[in-house]
Design a binder for this molecule. Structure first.
Ligand code: HEC
Ligand code: HEC
Length: 206
C-alpha cells in the first residue's frame, strides 16, 4: 500500500515535471521564432513605427490567417511579408501567432495626427466601422485592432481594400452579407470624403 502510493506520487511528480518542461520548451521556441519579427515589429510586436504595424494583442486567428494569406500572396499584397511568411511552416505560424496574441498591444510610437481631423473621423467611424471594429477600434476578439495602429499602414490597407487588391475573403468567419457591408462602408466613406479623418481618428487613439 505504502509502496504503491510512493510510486503514484513519484509518477505524478514526474509527469508534472514533464508537463512543465515541455510547456517551457514550447514557450522558449515561440519566443525564439518571434525574435525575428521583433526587429521590424518592435519589442514583443509593438511597433516603434512608422513602416511596420503593431502585431501584439491581435487575435490569434487573425494573425494565422494573415500569415497564410501573405504566404499565398493572392489577396494580401505586401512589400516584405510574403518572403518572410514563406519561411515558416503552418505549425510554426501557429506558435508565433499564439505568442503575439498573448502580448499587449502597446502604443509606443509617436504619431503625427491632426486632432481636428481625428475628431471629425470619430463620427464616420462610429457610423461605418464600429459594427465590426468595436470599442472605437480597440476590440480584438473578431477583427484586427485599428486603435493606435500605424497611420501609413492603415492607409495602405484601406486603399488595398477599396481597390480590391486585398480581400476580406481572407477571413472565412465573415458571411456574404458582412462582406457586402464592408465593401459598402469603405465606398460610403470615400463618397463622403472621410477617409483621412477616419484614419487620423484610429491612429490617434492612445
Ligand atoms: C523586415 C521587416 C519585417 C520583418 C522581419 C517581419 N515583418 Fe511583418 N510586416 C512588415 C511590414 C512592412 C508589414 C506590412 C506589409 C508589407 O508591406 O509587407 C508587415 C505586416 C505584418 C502583419 C500584418 C499585420 C496586420 O495588422 O494585419 C503580420 C501579421 C506580420 N507582419 C507578422 C510578422 C511575423 C509573425 C514576423 C516574424 C516571423 C514578421 N512579421 C517579420 C515588416 C516585417
Ligand atoms: C463588416 C465588417 C467590417 C466593417 C463594417 C469594417 N471592417 Fe475593416 N476589416 C474587417 C475585417 C474582417 C478585416 C480583416 C480582413 C482580413 O482578414 O484580411 C478588416 C480589416 C481592416 C483593416 C486592415 C487592418 C490590418 O491590421 O491589416 C483596416 C485598415 C480596416 N479594416 C479599416 C476599416 C474602416 C476604416 C472601416 C469603416 C469605414 C471598416 N474597416 C469597416 C471587417 C470590417
Amino acid at each position: 500500500m505504502r509502496k504503491s502510493m510512493t510510486y503514484a506520487l513519484a509518477a505524478g511528480a514526474l509527469f508534472g515535471l514533464i508537463g512543465v518542461s515541455s510547456a517551457q520548451a514550447s514557450d522558449a521556441e515561440a519566443s525564439m521564432l518571434a525574435n525575428t519579427c521583433n526587429g521590424c515589429h518592435g519589442p514583443d510586436g509593438s511597433s516603434y513605427g512608422p513602416a511596420a504595424p503593431t502585431i501584439a494583442g491581435m487575435n490569434k486567428f487573425y494573425l494565422v490567417e494573415s500569415m497564410k494569406a501573405y504566404k499565398m500572396g493572392t489577396n494580401r499584397p505586401s512589400t516584405i511579408m510574403q518572403r518572410i511568411a514563406k519561411g515558416y511552416t503552418d505549425e510554426e505560424i501557429d506558435k508565433i501567432a499564439g505568442f503575439f496574441a498573448s502580448k499587449e498591444f502597446k502604443r509606443i510610437a509617436k504619431q503625427d495626427t491632426d486632432s481636428a481631423l481625428a475628431e471629425k473621423g470619430k463620427a464616420f467611424a462610429k457610423d461605418l466601422c464600429e459594427s465590426c471594429h468595436e470599442k472605437e477600434g480597440y476590440a480584438a476578439e473578431d477583427y484586427p485592432i485599428l486603435a493606435g495602429q500605424m497611420l501609413p499602414y492603415l492607409r495602405n490597407n484601406m486603399m488595398d481594400f477599396a481597390s480590391g487588391i486585398r480581400s476580406i475573403d481572407n477571413n472565412p468567419n465573415m458571411s456574404d452579407k458582412e462582406k457586402r457591408k464592408k465593401k459598402r462602408s469603405i465606398a460610403d466613406l470615400q463618397e463622403k470624403g472621410g477617409v483621412d479623418a477616419v484614419l487620423h481618428f484610429y491612429a490617434s487613439r492612445k
